[in-house]
Design a protein around this ligand. Structure first.
Ligand code: ADP
Ligand code: ZN
Ligand code: ZN
Length: 811
């Protein structure tokens, strides 16, 4: 027997290995097996197909070992991977790489790390497992090669796999993934006192150390009410010290033990809240979505900001879990999941889990297994949550479906998670609900052409109406007030005086997006990219937002030698500084990539803002998206021009969506919401449409443009990037490639052209953009040709070092 196996690499195709007779009963589709590639590279691959036919051209090598007792992925997942690789023109190995948590991947490059939090129970270990666990105790980390040497054999995956399963070590794929333990100390009563009479005697005869007695009583109370008692929470609740606790332990009254806590465990008090009763309009919308889904695979819920779309998703999800099926709730950004999970846990308690790429590997595997068994019914997650092994997925909700973050940029697979979810749901006979206040042009187009169902919810839940929008002309302001105009400052002061909060949005971080020499016009650029350097005042450096390189501040012009730099434009850091200067005593916080790094920092800031410990939140896109704050009365868009001035066919769509979404954060629970937009182009059609909250006007305006220039949804776009250290080689390669295509396809190509940023990380970039008809055959034909000529280019003596990036349906 032979098996086609996917290994997590970008190989042109899947290869075949032989299944040794001894393993034939053990191997099944979806299981991991250890295989050798080349002379000495070993991988844990996934069996995709089994057949009795030997490959014609060569004799396959045998599979070395079988790593699983049962498949770790379902066949419908393998079918999805295959489709993604085909559609997005990448390899199944790359999809696998993105799809499964690192704990399930083992390769020659993996590093194995001791799980220091786990109590080692060596009794259950085999000899080989014991040798490795001992070595790990001493060295803390081991490479695959070291393990092979220690065991004096090549095939060590089964041993490693067991050690991972037993929690003794874990795999580190990249050095940045830090593991944080989830082991807590739990307290229990010593066996001697489990007997009620003994306990009573102890308490009655207690004489000294009243604090210890208090602690013991608190312990007994919590054990009774909560079942288990964690050391840290009892110390907190009883306001006791470690010394007092230690005394109780030393006296043999309490016992402390380290125990793994279930990372997914939830507070037992959550999950009991009854669903909110829906307003009349919401009920209508819910019924409409439900009936649309009877006849359509996808339903669009177009509901204005604050209309309560979440409540409708909750009702739909509730229906699904009543039938004992699974639901996936997708959000565009990891950062948004924390606030949403707090909202959803009230209703769904422990049957909901969050999943995304920032979770540590252990948590990801736990969720993986519980989704596979069906124990977890609802998953809330970003893009990668699509890859979990759902047992019976029946509904996918895609919230903020218009959001560009649903598209993965780097690395491959460069997939659009919304579109992929729609494909996948179709395969699984599941339904999809897309939700947005500002649907993407293509989604609304699909709804209007009856491909998707459509439901419109046009009333805010608490107030009925959207906030009013004032435009402020930045051209007519006194010198030096362009960042914070007097009108904006006055509104901010008034809002804060009313004990309300403010959000200010500016789509650029840093202090000043660039510096310019006033004498000769020279602008400092990154040495590795064709990008101006942003000035960061607090860090006192210049930084490249493309490659992350930073540079010391320049005082002397490299072109003319003068010291005459001026800061141009402004970012969030400068707004924060100006607010602090103009409004002393007001608490300002900034939310952007420089300031919030991990998922926790972001959520901490959001919670502080929810608890009103912050008056003004200044931020980039991060503050725009779906957050629900009830006390925000004023939203300011500080520099709307920066949203309107860039060269992209979606510029109008993005600008409208961002402004409407950020406006949507104002006055969600009352009628006093105000939005101030500072802009110089007051008559710009998009600005006018935002002021009227006129989505339909926007769509009608935009769809005309798209049709006229035959942009999506009237065509399909593909982008091919040619990257090389030498500019002329990148350009030649693009031209060479273009001229090898058939005239038919050549007609549909724009370029080669240099993108706006034409050098990143020392590589020059040339781009071909392909606009192709939406007919499936045309697309197939074009892709086939592209792949063929890409292969040829990759072996061409002059161009083989050119790096080619294919992006289907680019953002
Ligand atoms: P959207 O996602 O459409 O912008 P949300 O779902 O966030 O709106 O709802 C806005 C606010 O109104 C939330 O705080 C939500 O809890 C509240 N809300 C919406 N519908 C109801 C309802 N039926 N009962 C109680 N509160 C509701
Ligand atoms: Zn100069
Ligand atoms: Zn750079």
């Amino acid at each position: 027997m032979y098996a086609e196996i996917i290994i997590p690499l970008a190989l042109p195709k899947n290869y075949t290995w032989m299944i040794p007779v001894s393993m034939q009963d053990e191997v099944a589709i979806g299981m991991r097996v250890e295989v050798m590639l080349g002379a000495n590279k070993r991988y844990a691959g996934i069996v995709k197909k089994i057949s009795s036919k030997a490959p014609d051209a060569f004799t396959p090598k045998p599979i070395l070992s079988v790593l699983d007792d049962a498949p770790i992925v379902y066949e419908h997942q393998l079918a999805l991977w295959e489709w993604m690789a085909e559609y997005y023109m990448c390899t199944e190995g790359e999809v696998m790489q993105a799809a499964i948590p690192s704990h399930l991947k083992i390769s020659s490059e993996s590093v194995f790390i001791l799980n220091e939090q786990q109590e080692q129970d060596t009794k259950n270990l085999s000899d080989a497992e014991y040798i490795i666990s001992e070595a790990l105790e001493i060295k803390k980390t081991l490479s695959l090669l070291e393990i092979q040497k220690l065991l004096d054999k090549k095939s060590v995956y089964p041993v490693i796999n067991k050690l991972i399963q037993k929690g003794i070590c874990f795999v580190q794929e990249n050095m940045k993934d830090k593991y944080s333990s989830k082991v807590e100390i739990f307290l229990s009563l010593h066996a001697d006192y489990k007997n009620e009479a003994a306990l009573e005697k102890l308490l009655n005869e207690w004489t000294r150390a009243p604090k210890q007695l208090d602690l013991l009583l608190a312990f007994l109370h919590f054990e009774k009410t909560e079942g288990t008692v964690q050391q840290k929470s009892i110390l907190e609740k009883a306001n006791a010290t470690h010394a007092q606790l230690k005394a109780l332990i030393d006296k043999g009254i309490l016992v402390a033990e380290k125990r793994k806590i279930d990372r997914l465990a939830t507070d037992p008090n959550t999950g009991n809240t009854a669903l909110h009763s829906l307003s009349a309009k919401q009920k209508e919308a819910l019924a409409s979505v439900q009936s649309q889904l009877l006849t359509h695979p996808v339903g669009l819920l177009h509901g204005i900001t604050g209309s309560g779309k979440t409540q409708i998703y909750v009702a739909l999800i509730n229906e699904v879990i009543q039938q004992n099926k699974q639901a996936l709730y997708m959000l565009p950004e990891i950062a948004l999941t924390a606030q949403m999970i707090r909202r959803l846990k009230q209703y769904f308690g422990g049957s909901i889990a969050i999943y995304h790429s920032k979770f540590n590997p252990n948590e990801r595997v736990e969720i993986w297994n519980k989704v596979k068994s069906g124990e977890i019914k609802i998953v809330l997650g970003a893009r990668s949550a699509l890859f979990l092994p759902y047992k019976n997925l029946s509904l996918i909700v895609i919230d903020e479906e218009h959001d560009p973050s649903y598209k993965q940029q780097e690395p491959a697979p460069r997939y659009q998670a919304r579109d992929t979810a729609i494909y996948y749901a179709n395969q699984l006979k599941a339904k999809v609900v897309l939700g947005s206040a500002t649907p993407s042009v293509e989604t609304y187009f699909n709804a209007m052409s009856k491909k998707f169902g459509y439901t419109y919810l046009n009333e805010r839940f608490s107030t009925g109406t959207l906030p009013k929008i004032e435009l402020i002309d930045t051209k007519k302001q006194p010198a030096g007030t362009a960042i914070l105009t007097p009108q904006l400052l006055a509104s901010i002061s008034k809002t804060i005086a009313n004990k309300k909060q403010v959000i200010l949005f500016q789509n650029r971080r840093g202090y000043a997006p660039y510096l310019i020499c006033e004498t000769c016009g020279w602008i400092p650029h990154c040495e590795h990219c064709d990008v101006t350097l942003t000035y960061h005042k607090a860090k006192n450096l210049l930084s490249c937002h493309y490659c992350g390189a930073s540079y010391p501040i320049v005082n002397t012009c490299k072109a003319c030698g003068k010291q005459n730099f001026k800061q141009k434009s402004f970012g969030t850091e400068q707004i924060e500084e100006k607010l602090n200067q103009s409004l002393p005593g007001v608490i300002v916080a900034r939310m952007d990539l420089d300031n919030v790094k991990g998922k926790n920092e972001h959520d901490q800031l959001i919670q502080k803002f929810e608890q009103r410990q912050i008056d003004i939140l200044v931020g980039t896109q991060m503050v725009v998206k779906g957050l629900d704050f009830e006390n925000v009365d004023l939203v300011g868009i500080v520099d709307a021009d920066s949203l309107l001035n860039f060269n992209h066919y979606r510029v109008n769509e993005r600008a409208f969506q961002m402004m409407e979404q950020v406006s949507g954060r104002a006055g969600r629970k009352n009628n006093n919401g105000t939005v101030i937009i500072q802009v110089s182009q007051l008559q710009h059609p998009i600005v006018q449409l935002v002021q009227q909250h006129d989505y339909f006007g926007f769509y009608n305006f935009e769809i005309q443009n798209r049709k006229h220039f035959s942009y999506p949804p009237f065509s399909r776009l593909m982008s091919l990037l040619f990257k090389h250290k030498e500019n002329n080689i990148a350009e030649e390669a693009a031209n060479h490639f273009l001229h090898s295509l058939t005239p038919e396809i050549q007609k549909t190509v724009l370029g080669p052209a240099q993108p706006i940023v034409n050098r990143v990380r020392n590589k020059y970039i040339w781009e071909l953009a392909i606009k192709i008809s939406k007919q499936p055959q045309q697309l197939q034909l074009a892709k086939k040709q592209l792949l063929h000529y890409i292969r040829l280019l990759q072996v061409h003596p002059r161009y083989k070092s050119v790096n080619i990036v294919i992006d289907i349906d680019p953002n």
